[in-house]
Design a protein around this ligand. Structure first.
Ligand code: ZN
Ligand code: MN
Length: 258
């Protein structure tokens, strides 16, 4: 069984060293968050989905999966409902930056030179970017071999065709997908026991302003905490979305990291 395990956090150190010893290993690092996802999904949704996408891509590309970063940047009202909502745990940017920077440095020290961050929490992106950027600087100034590092958010790999099929009434945009059809459908496909469709609050998509406001005006976030309704979710849609994502991710990993 351990032979087919792609996630290094479930391997013993001897097996891990064996898997990376030829210096040709690719490691995919999921980046999630601990964040409220309405009344129908768990706090760990972003971490679970990014980990699942990384594991499926690793299986398709003969790669490994690194530890899931669950300490995501603060939920923002226009993409995650807002960090004022109890259930969301917002880490400062410096924490996300340093965690990503450390992982790139440590994998490089281990002899892993091909790394991809698979982001699953909208707000993380620029801070993961900064962590990678600083790690590249650290590695260059230490005179070590520069790794190849990819950074992406998995939903960007859902094709336009899949979007057109799954959102016949119009696509609301990935920012307001928080707790909506995409995340809920993929959770229904892989973790159905953790989704409570009978608790979905079928509300219209959030109408958010073109600016951020401090302090947050809580009335701008729908009562559900989700930014669009998950009512039209299904495991079938989850399967289609996942296929689209894994095809796209596998292609880019094979092209750049294998
Ligand atoms: Zn989410
Ligand atoms: Mn999120």
């Amino acid at each position: 069984m351990a032979n087919h395990e792609v996630n290094i956090t479930r391997l013993d150190a001897f097996t891990y060293r064996e898997r990376i010893k030829d210096g040709d290993a690719t490691v995919l690092i999921p980046v999630g968050a601990l964040e409220q996802h309405g009344p129908h999904m768990p706090l760990y949704t972003d971490a679970m989905l990014s980990t699942k996408m990384a594991e499926l891509t690793a299986e398709a590309t003969d790669s490994l999966v690194g530890p899931t970063i669950w300490t995501g940047y603060k939920s923002q009202q226009r993409s995650g409902g807002g960090n004022h909502i109890i259930g969301s745990f917002g880490f400062d940017a410096a924490h996300v930056v340093e965690t990503c920077r450390t992982l790139v440095r440590e994998f490089t020290r281990h002899g892993v030179h091909k790394i991809a961050f698979i982001n699953g929490h909208y707000e993380n992106y620029q801070f993961v970017y900064e962590g990678v950027e600083l790690a590249m600087r650290d590695i260059a100034s230490a005179g070590d071999a520069t790794p190849t590092v990819l950074l992406l958010s998995y939903w960007d790999f859902v094709t336009d065709q899949t979007i057109a099929e799954l959102y016949p009434d119009g696509f609301p945009g990935w920012d307001v997908e928080h707790g909506g059809v995409m995340e809920t459908s993929i959770m229904l496909e892989y973790f159905p026991e953790l989704v409570q469709m009978d608790k979905v609050m079928d509300l219209p998509p959030a109408e958010l302003p073109l600016y951020d406001l401090f302090p947050v005006d809580p009335s701008l976030t729908p009562e559900s905490g989700c930014l669009s309704s998950a009512a039209a979710s299904s495991a079938d849609k989850g399967r289609m979305l996942t296929k689209s994502v894994i095809d796209g991710l596998s292609q880019v990993v094979n092209e750049r990291l294998r």
